[in-house]
Every structure is written in C-alpha cells, then in structure tokens.
Design a protein around this ligand. Sequence first.
Ligand code: AMP
Length: 405
Amino acid sequence: MPPVTDRMRAMVEIFADEATKAGFGHVAPPMFEEVGVFVRLGEATDVVKKELYSFEDKGGRMISLRPEQTASLCRMFAQRRPVTPWKAWYSGANFRYEQSQKGRFRQFDQVGAEVIGSSDPDLDTELIALAARFYARIGLTRTQLLLNSLGDPADRAVYTDALRSYLSANASGLSEQARETMQRNPLRVLDSKRESDQEVVGGAPRLAEFLSVEATAAFERVQRGLRALEIPFVIESRLVRGLDYYNRTTFEFAAPGLEAAQNAVGGGGRYDGLVADLGGPDEPGVGFALGVDRTLLACDAEGAFEAPVTAPQIWVIATTGGIEAVELADRFRLAGLRADRSDSSRSMKAQMKAANKSGAEVAVIVGPDETAQGAVSIKPLRGQGEQITVPDHASLRTVQEYLQK
Ligand code: AMP
C-alpha cells in the first residue's frame, strides 16, 4: 500500500529509464512456467531444491511460480530467436518458499537486465554500470560492489574437486549444514555466514588460482572497464552466488546498513551455458537482478529515496448540488494537475475538513454565491494568502499561477 507502493513504482520507473538509455528493451516474462524451465537452473541449488512453489494444473502439467526471471528470458530467447545481442530488462514479483524474515520474503520484487548472445566482457562492465547508476540515482551512497570470477566450467570443475578435498579434510571444523552442502555443491560452503565455517573457508584454496588464461583476461578487462567508469569495487574471492549456472564474472551489491545475512541488494553475472541447457542455441548470457523490497530497506537505513509526492494539489468543493465539482476536477486533471474532490452532498464544513486532510495546496470552492456570479473561489490551504474569487473561465490559470509560487 502507499507510500511503500509509490516508492516501489518510482524505483521501477528510474530503473526503466536507465535501462532504456542503455539500449535494453522491456520484456514481461510469465509468472509461471513448466517446472522444467526452473529445474534446469541447477538441481543442487536451494532455489530449485527447496524453494520452488510447484503444483499440478488442471491439464496435469507441473507448473512452478517463477523464483527468478533469467530462466524465462533464456526460454523466450530459445523459442523466439531475437537478433543478438538481445538486451532485455524486466520487473516484477518472484516467489520462493524461504524462511521469511526481515529482508527475505516469499514474494518479492526484482528489476533486472540481461544480454544474450555476446561474450564481450565490456557488456559485463556496462551491466554493472547500469546497476550502479540506478543505486546512485535513488540516492544510495554506501552500497558496495563485490566482484569475482568463477572461471569457465573446466576451471570450476578442477577447483570444485580441490575444494571438496580440502573441505573433506577439514570437515570436523564445519557446521552440519556445511558438511551436507559440501557433498552437493562445495562452492556454496564458501558463502556460509556461520562463524565456524568461516574459519575453515578462510584457509580454502582460491578460485582465482584456477582460472584459465582466457577467463583471467576477461576478468581483468572487466576490472579495467570499472576503473575507467570510476565504479569502485572490491574483489571477493568467496563470492559464488546461489544459482548454479554462473561462470566468469559474478558480482553482488551489498548494503552495509542491512543485517549481514540479508544485505545483498542485487547481484548477477555471466551464464554462458544456460541458454543451451534450456534447449536453445549455444549463446552466452550475462545479467543481474536487483531486489526492490530489499533496496527499499537499504534506502530506509540510509534515509534515502523518499516517497514521491502523490497528494492532490487541488481539492474541489461544491455545495450547490450540481455536477461542478466533477467538472472542475476533470478540467484540472486534463491540464496535468493532481485534483480530487469530496462528496458534494456533504456540508461545507465537512468538505473543508476533507480538503485540509488531503494534503492539497489549494481548495477550489463553488457555493451558491459563486454559481450566481459564474465564478469560483480559490482558497490557499497552506501558508499565508487570502481567498479570492475569479470568473470560472480564469480558474485554471489562477490555480496554476498559485501552484507555481
Ligand atoms: P538472486 O535472484 O537470488 O540472485 O537474488 C537477487 C536479489 O534479489 C538479491 O540480491 C536480493 O536483493 C533479492 N532477493 C532474493 N531473494 C529474496 C527474498 N526471498 N526476499 C527479498 N529479496 C530477495
């Protein structure tokens, strides 16, 4: 409800503006897909293993509510084959069966942008710049950009083996949950927030030492790009992110004002194998998603991004029993102003009360005297200023002049 929804909408509009300026077209992925679209995101990820809202529809198909929108974009790309590089942005709700808590909801909104069909690392830089510009425009100043490279699948396979061996050798120091994750997906142990796990993780081999020459060159190119655009970043070698399909560049924006476990306000990276995995052509991809709800919490922590003003500027009051209030409000709206009115059958006193409560700057009043003269009265509701009566045809101009003061 307002004012939260007003802020969310304003945020999405700013994102839309930045994405459009950067050459992204708007797409609207469906709220649900056949479960297979999401299952291919990776059997070992939490999002797929535990968090999908899945059900059988009346036609006997297994359906899942979308837990994110990248998979749908890849599916759309595979079916429609748009011209590459395909640059698309989206916004809207996602659903994950999570332990809900502050900053973690079962329904949450994201805005995101993806590019399919190019492995140019400068696109990674441009996407990060788009997210950074968005945060800057909404007034967040303390977000931190964490950057890593996950290398190519071959690098990652060698690394995963090395990591699994290391973690097995040190399993006694790990939490039970980490020991379980270690078998399924050792990379995920790296971003465990538990203190005991952190100690073991601190001594783990680093992915950076396993990167191929090509992956290293791409990573360096992204860093050079970010420096050229003066976007500060921190290399975080333990940043692996939740979804399995990432390779090469991976990044996250952290808001220090939020609790550590839920301080990621957005993140993304490259997913060069995903489109092919979803049955499409072998085209690389890169993108990110930003959590709108959580970004709002970060704004609250920084005292940033106030709700846009939506209160009416003008409140119309008519006590003649005629249709004047509706006509006047319509005239002001047509001129681009925010105008509202109260129920014309109510007393002058009750309508004035509503006007004062509305937050409007002026009341436009039509009573029997005004009707007799073909006039309206204009009464400032805030600050100084006298009530004046002007001919009906001058009402719009007079109100506009008043509002400009
Ligand atoms: P992900 O799709 O998991 O990479 O998440 C991208 C961003 O979406 C995160 O950085 C969060 O800001 C946001 N997000 C993810 N899951 C949730 C959730 N359950 N509740 C609120 N925000 C979320």
